[in-house]
Design a protein around this ligand. Structure first.
Ligand code: 3HC
Length: 694
């Protein structure tokens, strides 16, 4: 065995040279890895080997470029990825890439420079750069369509999808599937076969057949752009990816296409969107790290889950567990709502068709119902209470759970803002009580706020974090504070939105500004969608608020065909003269002089108080770090990922500007804009929001 460098070895198996990379955790293409590959291929080519296999140790094949190197100062000069690729593609003997785990981004781009690819069925291949606000910048945009064709390349590159190896084999990305656990042997055997059969040294870059099919057909791209316009709105990277594939089709040579790719890659890399998306990539991974709950904290086994409440929330939560094979029992007080809840779950499964029919049946079969907590919960490992938000009801339930559940059972509440310490106080085991705040619809929304109360045990936190990952959620650990992190910050935006329309802005002005910022919809369109009558009681309504008046007029949102907006037969929202008149009357009555409010003011008044609230939350220790606040807002509240989250956005705008504006608003509009002491300190110390820890 020759040690090429600290992450690369070169060994021999008969006529085959085997280059092995071992750079944990994911064999990313850091300078050291690139240099190892370069020197490894050089040494292999200089030897008498008749073929070369590239394989990786650890959990995965190369998972891409090293993202932490992007935007960082250049280190010691090393071989570039292009140097490595040239060496591979022009190797005088066949090169076989042996793929397990994931071959992603630069990893797949390296594999595409091998003459052949062998993969185990569990491997996944893809070009996910788009998720980082980028495009494949090492020839992937030019090679992928040459292998899979233009349409598939468009779909793969703009979605970033990780394609399972069996599908990749059908697409021609993988030449042979190896038996699981026998990758190295299979790749060496394949390499020997290449030699024995004198197989050609396939250079993807020089095969244009698949591109020819799309030549002179701009309609392919036009149709793709049109079909995905909504999904791509606001993002720069999908369009740049599409342009690169157009360049592959329309350029005279591979090299010309590569030039277009490099130019667009450079533009994205320098842009604010990719910086935000790369920041967010690490933010999401950071959120898993709890400083005082180390990775090796023991976890409690969760084999059966109990849920209280068969409403929309309880049902959605149940589906998460059944989807990963965990048994669930739902308890309701009456048979009718229980039956209704179980029927809704069934129809949700049948409508979604995400799994094969037999798998769907299995999942439905894992969810049962009961009218008795005593009977249903004696053997569960976790109970999640998902009833309406009333402290007395929740306390009553937790006192009962304390009496019924076995020792060690985790007692969780799905409250979206009530005090969990108070709920825990009625039990004799507050160490087992935690908040699991799912977002609606709970089977779809990715965010899970895990709420740590005063006495929550570390292993309960560790178990909840692991379980969240298992059910496909992105978990953020937060502390007990009204509304927790997400809703507490939302409260700031909602307040300003309501105030703006009382000063002369129209609901559609506020919505448009926030929509253009990148939110899927503004607060008033959102209210119309959710229903204005949530929490509204007819008998108590006295026309004191705009909502009261709208609901009294039976304008309760989309479901009644009108709310803040009017709706046409296709549910398109139309600015409403009725709402305008109601607002006008309110403003006149309040004695305020309505004024024209600029888009800039709308945005700043909605967003800066959110950032200030995020700072307060961190100051109070209710979130661990600034980026956790961002993960909550991107995943739970539609904050556009290409703006990183409220705290990252604060850094883009600049803490000084946020502070100055808050002071200006405070002087003219009152103390709801009072900057937090920590914001003042942050600016005085010349620090950034992202430096803040809770
Ligand atoms: N660069 C640097 N670090 C990376 C990385 C990368 N490409 N991919 C993963 N990591 C790190 C993570 O930050 C994490 O570090 P931590 O343990 O310190 O938090 C560790 O590796 C493990 O990652 P995950 O927690 O995400 O592990 P999973 O097993 O859940 O997922 C994965 C593994 C599917 C490979 C996932 O990490 C992933 O999707 N990585 C990114 C893949 C990617 O986007 N590749 C393209 C990069 S851009 C590129 O290649 C440009 C090129 O075209 C020039």
């Amino acid at each position: 065995m020759t040690e090429i460098n600290s992450v690369t070895t070169l060994t021999r198996d008969g006529d085959v040279a085997v280059i092995t990379l071992n750079s944990p955790p994911v064999n990313a293409l850091s300078g050291n890895v690139r240099q190892g590959l370069y020197d490894g291929f050089k040494a292999a080519a200089a030897s008498d080997a008749k073929a070369i296999v590239l394989i990786c140790e650890g959990r995965t094949f190369i998972a891409g470029a090293d993202i932490s190197e992007f935007g960082a100062a250049a280190g010691v000069p090393t071989a570039s990825l292009f140097d490595v690729q040239d060496m591979m593609e022009n190797s005088p003997v066949p090169v076989v890439a042996a793929i397990h785990g994931t071959a992603l981004g630069g990893g797949l781009e390296v594999a595409l420079c091998a003459h052949y690819r062998v993969a185990v069925p569990s491997a996944r291949l893809g070009l996910p750069e788009v998720a980082l606000g980028l495009l494949p910048g090492a020839g992937g945009t030019q090679r992928l369509p040459r292998v899979v064709g233009v349409e598939t390349a468009l779909e793969m590159m703009t979605s970033g999808r990780h394609v399972p190896a069996p599908e990749a084999a059908k697409l021609g990305l993988v030449d042979e599937l190896a038996e699981e656990g026998k990758l190295k042997e299979a790749a060496i055997a394949f390499a020997n076969k290449c030699v024995a059969e004198n197989k050609p040294l396939v250079k993807i870059s020089s095969n244009n057949t698949k591109l020819e099919a799309a030549k002179g057909k701009p309609e392919i791209f036009a149709a793709f752009r049109k079909a995905n316009a909504r999904k791509f709105r606001g993002f720069a990277a999908p369009e740049a990816n599409i342009k690169c594939i157009e360049a592959a089709v329309n350029s005279a040579t591979f090299e010309d296409g590569l030039k277009a790719e490099r130019k667009l890659f450079g533009e994205l890399m320098m842009g604010a969107q990719s910086a935000a998306q790369r920041y967010y990539f690490f933010a999401e991974r950071q959120a898993n790290k709890i400083p005082d709950v180390p990775d090796d904290t023991p976890i409690r086994p969760i084999n059966k889950v109990g849920i209280i409440g068969a409403g929309t929330m309880g049902g959605g939560i149940a589906m998460n567990f059944a989807n990963v094979g965990i048994e669930v029992v739902i308890v309701e007080q009456q048979q009718a709502p229980l039956d209704k809840g179980l029927a809704t779950i069934r129809s949700n499964y049948e409508r979604s068709r995400t799994a094969k029919p037999e798998e769907t049946a299995k999942r439905i079969g894992l969810i049962t119902g009961s009218l008795s907590m005593e009977e249903a919960f004696a053997d569960v490992d976790l109970v999640i209470e998902a009833v309406f938000e009333r402290m007395d009801v929740k306390k009553d339930i937790f006192a009962k759970l304390d009496a019924i559940c076995k020792p060690g059972c985790i007692l969780a509440t799905n409250t979206s803002g009530l005090n969990i310490d108070e709920i825990a106080s009625v039990t004799k085991r507050p160490q087992d009580v935690i908040g699991l705040h799912f977002f609606s619809p709970a089977n779809v929304m990715k965010l899970l706020e895990i709420v740590r109360a005063d006495h929550t045990a570390k292993d309960v936190i560790a178990t909840s974090m692991k379980l969240a990952k298992k059910i496909g959620k992105i978990a953020v650990l937060v502390g007990v504070t009204p509304g927790f992190v997400g809703n507490r910050i939302l409260g700031q935006r909602q307040r300003e939105a309501q105030k703006l329309v009382m000063e002369g802005a129209m609901p559609w002005d506020v919505d448009r500004v926030l929509f253009d910022f990148g939110f899927p919809m503004g607060p008033f369109a959102m209210s119309d969608l959710a229903g204005l009558d949530i929490g509204w009681v007819k008998e108590k309504s006295n026309g004191e608020t705009i909502r009261d008046v709208l609901c009294e007029m039976d304008r309760r949102g989309q479901k009644t065909g009108a709310g803040y907006y009017d709706y046409d037969e296709n549910r398109n929202a139309i600015p409403s003269p009725v709402t305008e008149k109601i607002l006008h009357d309110f403003i006149v009555k309040s004695g305020v002089n309505p004024r024209k409010i600029s888009d800039e003011e709308i945005l700043e008044r909605c967003i800066y108080p959110m950032i200030n609230e995020g700072v307060k939350i961190l100051d109070e220790g209710k979130a661990i770090r600034a980026s956790d606040v961002d993960v909550v807002w991107v995943n739970g509240y539609g904050w556009p990922v290409y703006r990183g989250g409220p705290m990252h956005y604060g850094d883009v705008v600049g803490p000084e500007k946020v502070l100055a504006k808050m002071k200006e608003f405070q002087a003219t509009m009152g103390d709801q804009f009072k900057p937090s002491a920590l914001l003042e300190k942050l600016v005085a110390d010349g620090k950034k929001f992202s430096d803040l820890k809770g």
